[in-house]
Design a protein around this ligand. Structure first.
Ligand SMILES: Cc1ncc(C[n+]2csc(CCOP(=O)(O)OP(=O)(O)O)c2C)c(N)n1
Ligand SMILES: [Mg+2]
Length: 319
């Protein structure tokens, strides 16, 4: 598939930015600067990037508890996300939401979600709203292999199919639900096979290859935008860090992690772009440095921001 140079560089930059953001969060969490709980996306960057590269600003995404990469790929502001992780008043949710509740409705980012499988019904609802309003907006719904076993996914998939809603269901199959390997929590090898139950197209792609994700997502987004209904894309991927920061990871071997790391989505894409002469070594360094500067700025912004005042405790709290 011919993809223009700017698009390729844009996707590479997004993946590097996600990696740098997450790497910095890991350090800050380890030093106690970030409170709460964080689930990092390192290793899975190709998925959010390849899908969101097809989305317009007015399209929607629903995210998960592992949502920082989705937000960056959809054009969210790392400064506001970092401030939120620090619990600061300048953050996306005024410091009251933390990692699992970050949203930017202006950008169609309908929220990270601490409820596994919480995204699909929201995605179906947003898609129904687009239909009612007569727009051609589409919704990309990210969810995990664990979430693919939740009733919410099946209900949303069924409704989206019967009503031909513009949803692209994107299963990020990193092969684990916390410590449970896919083989122990799911009878099928391919989540994509579940699409047949809802009479929608289902494909399994290499989620470590951003071009494979981009290609599959292109078809699905086109179909959704044309009013032809939902699709399911299963991206086979792997998280390089624990389920959460601090996970002792006793359920998998270091060898298994090392095998997947050989297929690092950023390293392989970089090698390909160097070979295609879309990237040069100088450009690689420049992209790295620019991403680092962006994340440095996000950290300074977060560190320099105030905590919410005690009097604000019950503001914006709905339940
Ligand atoms: C409804 C619900 N059940 C259980 C949990 C606890 N929990 C948090 S993450 C997780 C596993 C999710 O696995 P998956 O969907 O594969 O996402 P991944 O963490 O691998 O990205 C579970 C069971 C939860 N947050 N919500
Ligand atoms: Mg998983």
């Amino acid at each position: 598939m011919a993809v223009d140079r700017e698009k390729l560089l844009g996707m590479y930059t997004t993946m590097v930015t996600i990696r740098q953001f997450e790497g910095r969060v890991a350090e800050l969490f380890a030093t106690g600067k970030i409170p709460g709980f964080v689930h990092l996306y390192i290793g899975e960057e190709a998925v959010a990037t390849g899908v969101c590269a097809h989305l317009r600003r007015d399209d929607f995404i629903t995210s998960t508890h592992r949502g920082h990469g989705h937000l960056i790929a959809k054009g969210g502001d790392p400064r506001l996300m970092m401030a939120e992780l620090f619990g600061k008043r300048t953050g996306y949710c005024k410091g009251k939401g933390g990692s699992m509740h970050i949203a930017d409705v202006e950008l169609g980012i309908l929220g990270a979600n601490g409820i596994v499988g919480g995204g699909p019904p929201i995605a179906a609802g947003a898609a129904l709203s687009a239909r009612y309003r007569g727009t051609d907006q589409v919704v990309a719904c990210f969810f995990g292999d664990g979430a693919a076993n939740q009733g919410t996914f099946h209900e949303a998939a069924n409704l989206a199919a019967i009503w031909k809603l513009p949803v692209v269901f994107v299963c990020e199959n990193n092969h684990y639900g916390i410590s449970l390997h896919q083989g122990k929590h799911m009878a099928v090898a391919d989540v994509a096979d579940r699409a047949r139950a809802y009479d929608m197209p289902g494909v399994a792609v290499d989620g470590m290859d951003v071009m494979a994700v981009y290609e599959a997502a292109g078809e699905a987004v086109k179909r959704a935008r044309a009013g032809d209904g939902p699709s399911l894309i299963e991206c086979k991927t792997y998280r390089f860090r624990g389920h959460f920061e601090g996970d002792p990871e006793v359920y998998r071997s270091r060898d298994e992690v090392a095998e997947w790391q050989k297929r690092d989505p950023i390293a392989t894409f970089r090698a390909r772009l160097l070979e295609m002469q879309v990237l040069t070594e100088d450009k690689v360094r420049a992209i790295d440095e620019a991403a680092r500067a962006r994340i440095d700025e996000a950290v300074s912004f977060a560190e320099g921001s105030p905590l919410p005042e005690f009097e604000e405790l019950f503001e914006d709290v709905y339940a």
